[in-house]
Design a protein around this ligand. Structure first.
Ligand SMILES: Nc1ncnc2c1ncn2[C@@H]1O[C@H](COP(=O)(O)OP(=O)(O)OP(=O)(O)O)[C@@H](O)[C@H]1O
Ligand SMILES: [Mg+2]
Length: 377
């Protein structure tokens, strides 16, 4: 057994391991014995969970099974002081009474939108964050699919040369002759030649591939280079209710084009430690585009993604985001689930791939919240 010492407040250190004493979490049926493999200096060594059926699968001789009442907590390093923690976890009775949502605010009811009798002109939404892997493409596909389910006509624009949005909708970008690049760069090119129907009724796609990376360079010498996408999308606006642009993870000319074309920006933020890093630069860019190129542009909302309600860390990050952006933060929060990576492989939105899943429900709620915000204007 490793030597035991005193760790940060509220913790015991077992060797170099931070553990918490959370007996309440070990209810009946949850017999999982967790072994701890995280050193006190924050380095993640490894974490494994036994299945409760016998000996824990501990392949690391350095660490013994944790004593009863202790279990591995990956967030031990980030435990806030107890008073602060109380503000993050409203009591269950209050939650039922006031319907407190994961953002810690009372959760409003977002009505199911009624059918539309006519369509357009489209509201254009840019899904934007220069940080990579925060859920821009996942949110574009699934918000789009949920809006389409509610009878809205939706166009998704893949504005990332990596073509992840196209892949996520089952299109092989390498096989495409015409993409959004041609629409941007070739005068006289009609959108109909580039548009693809997706398997989701009411939802079309302007696909992209690596060709688009050339546009970033070629556009530099164009007249009114920042509004090239805006000009390309204009003829499509009467046919759609929502156009959602999936931006690439940068604040370069392509992203400025997306912001110039858009009415609204949605900023997905992954609920992890560095989430807010770089957001100041993003809001500055949005403000500059607003001042110089597109006075209509507005930040519609900040969307917390990959949230794990079981970890203090996720809850703490979300609380910080709400503290910083207040009402701009959507009440809808997207949980972390392996279902999303699975949908990319399947090449379809979660709303069709796993229609009854929590992830599908979350994006449907987001669609209702986005519609409610639009209608409130
Ligand atoms: N809520 C979620 N839970 C779990 N995994 C998720 C979730 N959302 C997205 N992912 C996964 O995280 C990875 C990154 O997501 P995504 O591609 O949507 O991010 P992105 O911001 O578009 O990335 P990039 O900046 O590279 O374009 C993908 O593998 C995706 O399947
Ligand atoms: Mg992406």
């Amino acid at each position: 057994m490793p030597a035991r010492g005193q760790g940060p407040a509220g913790f015991e250190a077992v060797g170099s391991v931070a553990v918490r004493t959370f007996a309440a979490h070990q209810g009946p049926g949850l017999q999982t014995t967790r072994t701890a493999h995280q050193s006190m200096d924050g380095h993640h060594v490894n974490a494994m969970a036994g299945d409760g059926s016998g000996a824990p699968h501990n392949h690391f001789a350095d660490y013994d099974e944790l004593p009863d009442g202790h279990f591995y907590d990956p967030d031990a390093e980030y435990e806030p002081d107890p008073e602060y923690a109380a503000t993050l976890a409203p009591d269950a009775a209050r939650q039922r009474r006031e319907r407190i949502g994961p953002t810690g605010r009372p959760l409003p009811y977002f009505p199911i939108p009624g059918p539309l009798t006519d369509h357009g002109p489209a509201k254009i939404i840019a899904m934007c964050n220069q940080k990579g892997g925060v859920g821009k493409t996942t949110s574009t596909i699934n918000l789009g699919a949920a809006l389409a389910e509610y009878g809205r006509r939706v166009l998704l624009v893949d504005f990332d040369p990596q073509g992840a949005l196209s892949v996520g909708l089952g299109v092989n970008p390498m096989e495409l002759d015409l993409t959004v690049y041609n629409l941007l760069m070739e005068r006289g090119m009609s959108a109909d030649e580039v548009l693809l129907k997706t398997a989701v009724p009411n939802m079309d796609l302007l696909p992209s591939n690596i060709d688009l990376s050339a546009a970033e360079v070629q556009l530099v010498s164009e007249v009114a280079r920042e509004s090239t996408l805006q000009r390309a999308l204009k003829p499509l606006m009467p046919d759609y209710d929502y156009i959602v642009i999936d931006c690439q993870p940068s604040l370069g000319l392509l992203t400025v084009n997306a912001l110039t074309a858009a009415h609204k920006v949605i900023v997905p933020l992954e609920c992890e430690f560095f989430a807010l890093r770089g957001v100041a630069l993003l809001t500055e860019t949005i403000e500059k585009v607003q001042e110089r190129l597109n006075p209509e542009l507005e930040l519609d909302g900040i969307l917390a993604t990959m949230y794990d309600s079981r970890t203090v860390h996720s809850r703490e990050v979300l609380a910080r985001v709400v503290e910083a952006f207040d009402d701009h933060v959507y009440h809808t929060v997207i949980g972390r689930t392996v279902r999303f990576p699975e949908t990319t492989v399947a090449g379809e939105p979660i709303t069709t791939y796993a229609s009854n899943s929590v992830g599908a429900a979350a994006y449907r709620q987001l669609a209702r919240e986005v519609l409610a915000r639009c209608h409130a204007e």
